[in-house]
Write a protein that binds this ligand. Structure first.
Ligand SMILES: [Zn+2]
Length: 329
């Protein structure tokens, strides 16, 4: 096993970056299928196996199906009926490819070459899974402003055991935290205390990590649910006008999933980003008098992706927040 990773580690970085770009484009192609078929209950993800034109229902040839390239070859039109496909199909493929490639660089090479360590690959797999789950989430939420439970509860079953890999939740926090001595990560500190994101300090670390992640999810969803209830009371008139609730039930379920995916420091970071970007775009929409009530899901997704790909600024934000809390106490 170690020999295998030794060989993997000796591969040049560009090889893996190109490889992940290509894998990402195919995953993006699959995500397009998920986004189109999942909310349409009469269609299953794997039946029919081949993709078909949504307009004339003709099955597509394999080469028309190639991510990004297929769309370019046909100039975005169906070969059979000439219906124009939106730019969104290749855009999602390209976005997924770029995110996969960036994630690989971030995890394997940004903090020194870690491509020979299996734990780094497990962390990368964790982040790729987050991208693969959250992108369809955001797109379906944008399309329909509702989320099928399959997309929350299904991934939850996978991410709860995945949270046992504490490195993934810690990714992007320790290394940068070291530089301003947030925690002294040295050999003298027991392994389970090196983890600043956990709620407790008990062994084994993997169980500690899993329980902490689940608690984060539950606490976050409870908090969001309470905020939603409060908003319903405070903005009662506005909520009645819009017809519905300030926070959808889907957002509350998403919080459970995000908490388990990210752990609490990165969940907080994701939430900050979501509120900041959401408020900025919401203000522009209000000024232009365009659009109303964009769902919160896509903003949360954006925040979660930024946080999952963690970098030093998240640690800086975390330190600022902790200082702020200490200052307030
Ligand atoms: Zn067609």
């Amino acid at each position: 096993m170690n020999e295998l990773f030794e060989i993997i580690g000796k591969m040049p970085p560009w090889f893996w970056l190109v490889w992940f770009f290509m894998v990402g484009s195919f995953v993006g192609s699959f995500l397009n299928v998920v986004v189109y078929r999942l909310p349409r209950n009469c269609l299953s993800i794997n039946k029919p196996k081949r993709s078909f034109c949504p307009s004339c229902k003709t099955q597509l040839k394999w080469k028309d199906n190639l991510p990004i390239i297929g769309w370019l070859l046909l100039r975005g039109k169906c070969r059979y009926c000439g219906t124009k496909y939106g730019i969104r199909y290749p855009a999602v493929e390209l976005l997924t490819a770029v995110l996969f490639c960036f994630a690989a660089w971030r995890v394997l090479y940004a903090d020194g070459n870690l491509s020979g360590e299996w734990a780094a690959w497990l962390t990368l797999l964790h982040i790729l899974a987050i991208i693969g789950v959250l992108l369809p989430w955001a797109l379906i939420d944008l399309d329909l402003t509702y989320i099928p439970d399959k997309l929350t509860l299904g991934p939850l079953l996978a991410f709860v055991p995945f949270a046992a890999h504490a490195d993934a939740l810690q990714f992007g926090l320790t290394r940068s935290a070291q530089s301003f001595d947030l925690t002294d990560v040295s050999a003298a500190v027991p392994a389970n205390q090196q983890y600043t994101h956990l709620w407790f300090n008990f062994s084994p670390v993997w169980l500690n990590s899993m329980i902490s992640a689940v608690l984060t999810g539950l606490a976050a969803s409870l908090a969001l649910w309470l905020i939603g209830k409060a908003a319903n009371v405070i903005f009662a008139r506005r909520v009645r006008e819009m017809g519905g609730e300030a926070m959808g039930g889907a957002d509350v379920k998403l919080m459970v999933l995000l908490g388990v995916m990210l752990g609490w420091p990165k969940l907080l970071a994701a939430f900050f980003v979501a509120i900041f970007v959401g408020a900025a775009i919401g203000t522009v929409q209000l000024l232009l008098k365009k659009g109303h009530g964009t769902p919160f899901g896509p903003y949360l997704t954006l925040g979660a992706l930024v946080a999952a790909l963690g970098s030093s600024w998240i640690a800086a934000l975390y330190r600022w927040y902790m200082d702020f809390l200490q200052g307030a106490a």
